[in-house]
Design a protein around this ligand. Sequence first.
Ligand SMILES: NC(=O)c1ccc[n+]([C@@H]2O[C@H](COP(=O)([O-])OP(=O)(O)OC[C@H]3O[C@@H](n4cnc5c(N)ncnc54)[C@H](O)[C@@H]3O)[C@@H](O)[C@H]2O)c1
Length: 322
Amino acid sequence: MKVIITGGAGFIGKRLAHKILQLGALTDAHGAKRSVSELVLLDIVAAQGFDDARVKAVAGDLNDAALLAETLAGADSVFHLAAVVSGEAEQDFDKGIRVNLDGTRLLLEQCRKLAQPPKVVFTSSCAVFGGPLPALIPDTQELYPQTSYGIQKAMCEMLISDMSRKGFIDGRSLRLPTITVRPGKPNRALSGYCSGIIREPLNGIETVCPVEPSTRAWLLSPRKVIDNLIIGHEAPASAFKHTRAITVPGISASAQEQLDALRRVAGDVVADRVTVKIDPLVTYFMTSLPINFEANFGKSLGMTADANFDDIVRAHIEDSSQ
Ligand SMILES: NC(=O)c1ccc[n+]([C@@H]2O[C@H](COP(=O)([O-])OP(=O)(O)OC[C@H]3O[C@@H](n4cnc5c(N)ncnc54)[C@H](O)[C@@H]3O)[C@@H](O)[C@H]2O)c1
C-alpha cells in the first residue's frame, strides 16, 4: 500500500508518519487491511529523521502539478496536511488561496486521475465555524467562517464532500481543534500562544499571553490528534451520510484554566513566567472561533479527547524529555 502525507515535514505530519510506520498497515478504500510498503512525505522542505526503507521524502511545492502527478502515481491513501496556517493566511491572502485552496484542488484533481479512487484524509479546522454560535455546537451547525484560513478550509471540505459523492475519491475532512502543546519554535498560527504559554515557561522563558485570560479555546494534544487522524482514515465510507466532515473531539479551556493547570503540574515559578499583553489580531481570531462542540459523529467513530488540560501538560513534559 502506498501512502502519501503532504505537509509530511510539519508538526503533525512527522508524528503521523511515525505512527503509520509503527502500525505497519492501514485499511484501504475497499476495506482491506494492507501493509504500508511506501510512505511518501511531500513537503516544501525535505522531511528529516526517518531511518526506514519505506519512507521517501519528496521536497517540492503542492502547487507543482507535474510533481504531484509523479508523487501520487499508484497512491492508495493520501493524508493532506500541507497548508499555510491561520496567521499567514490572514496576512497574505494570495498565498493562503494559492496553497490552501488551489493546492488542495490540484491535489484532489490528481487523486481523481488515479485508477482506483484513494482515501483522502484532509486536515480541516474548527475555524470553519464562526459568527453567532450556540454554547455547545452540534455537528449540524452552519459554517460562517470569519477568517481567510477558515473560509479556505470550508471550501476544501465542500469539494471533498462533493468529489466523494461523485466517487472520485473516498474523502474525509477532520476539523481539528487547536493542537497543543506544539514543541520547538512557535509557528504562524494565531492560536500558537496556546502552546507558547505552556512550552516557553517550562523551558525557563518569560512569555506573553496575548488574549484575556477568560478567552476559551478548543484543544487537543498531539498524541490524541494522531490517534484521531488514524481513526478518521480507518472509518469505512459507509459511516458517512450527508457530509464527509467530522468535528474532532477536544476539550474547552480558557487561558486562565490552561495556566492553572501549568501551575498545578509544574509549580509557581514556572507559571509566574507568563504575563498578559493583549494582541488585537490574535484576540479577533480566537474570539471568532467556537469553543465547545458536541462532536457526536467523531465520537461515534471512536475519536476521543484528552481527559483534562493537566494531562495535556503532563504529556508534553513526558514527550519533551524523550
Ligand atoms: N496544529 C494545529 O493546531 C492545527 C489546528 C487545526 C488544523 N490544523 C491543520 O493541520 C495541518 C497540519 O498542521 P501543522 O500544525 O502540522 O502545521 P505545520 O505548519 O507544522 O505543517 C504544515 C506543513 O505544510 C508544508 N507546506 C506549506 N506550504 C506548502 C506547499 N506549498 N507545498 C508543500 N508543503 C507545504 C509546510 O512546509 C509544513 O511542513 C494543516 O493543514 C493545518 O491547517 C492544524
